[in-house]
Design a protein around this ligand. Structure first.
Ligand SMILES: [Zn+2]
Length: 266
């Protein structure tokens, strides 16, 4: 009997430990992505990958651990004032017009980190961003999550090709910011961006909306974690962003009541 109880106890322990369904090592990578952890590569899906083939889990993930104060040396982690900056990655994309409409409705200026290879097909959206006072950010040509492992020449080419594509649409528009795909910055990508006149932007609020954790989870994460000076990371591209769109309808009016919203300064 004692042996059967011991086996039963062990089974219960295994169930408890394995209850999340996410192996600890994987959970660590998913929930604590940070350039401060050199080996961590965020599983941010490439916009070219259909949602069904992305690593998006089917069950809602637990809220990520706040990563205030992380990010690579030399990167922007807060706005430097009490104002809050909303940033959108992975566009221009099918959801970008809806995001622009909502921002206009609430008179909010934001910052858009654009993927170069998507710019020409959505040139009108890039023109609209500039015309409506939003700030542009370079998110590389191909959204290479392993950018940090590439040669300096290749990193520079990813950034230059994107800048050229943007300037073909909006000549002379300032592009003062760079965000590494997946947030996988390295000292080298930050330095190369700086040599090309771009400040690297990190964030300190990340609801991981690209994982589609549910509208309520996105709203709860953003509203509970955003404080004065926050840089908030969300996505207008990279797949089905309908949850992000719905969440913004609650987040934006709340933001307007609580904060001054700014685009990152050009
Ligand atoms: Zn991205």
């Amino acid at each position: 009997m004692a042996r059967r109880e011991w086996v039963l106890g062990l089974a219960v322990l295994v169930l408890m430990l394995g209850g999340s369904g996410v192996p600890p090592a994987q959970a660590e990578v998913l929930h604590r992505p940070s350039a401060a952890r050199p080996v961590a590569v965020r599983a941010n899906p490439s916009p070219s990958v259909p949602p069904s083939r992305s690593p998006t889990p089917t069950a809602p993930l637990p809220l990520p651990i706040p990563d205030h104060g992380t990010g690579p040396a030399g990167s922007l982690r807060t706005t430097g004032s009490s104002a809050v900056a909303l940033t959108f990655d992975d566009g221009p994309w099918a959801y970008t017009p809806g995001v622009l409409d909502l921002l206009a409705q609430y008179h909010i200026k934001a910052t858009f980190c654009l993927i170069g290879r998507q710019v020409a097909a959505h040139a009108d959206l890039v023109r609209r961003m500039v015309a409506e006072g939003h700030t542009l950010c370079n998110h590389t040509w191909s959204h290479d999550l392993l950018l940090r492992t590439r040669s300096p020449d290749r990193i520079r080419a990813e950034l230059q090709r994107t800048a050229d594509a943007i300037h073909a649409v909006v000549p002379g528009a300032p592009i003062r910011y760079f965000r590494n795909p997946g947030g996988n910055f390295s000292a080298q990508t930050v330095a190369i961006a700086a040599s090309m006149g771009m400040t690297s932007i990190y964030w300190n609020v990340d609801p991981q909306d690209w994982t589609r954790p549910g509208v309520g989870a996105i709203i709860g994460n953003v509203l509970s974690r955003t404080g004065p000076g926050a840089i908030v990371l969300m996505h207008d591209g990279g797949g089905d962003r309908s949850q992000t769109m719905t969440a913004l309808r609650t987040i934006l009016p709340a933001f307007v009541r609580r904060f001054t919203l700014i685009p990152l300064p050009d």
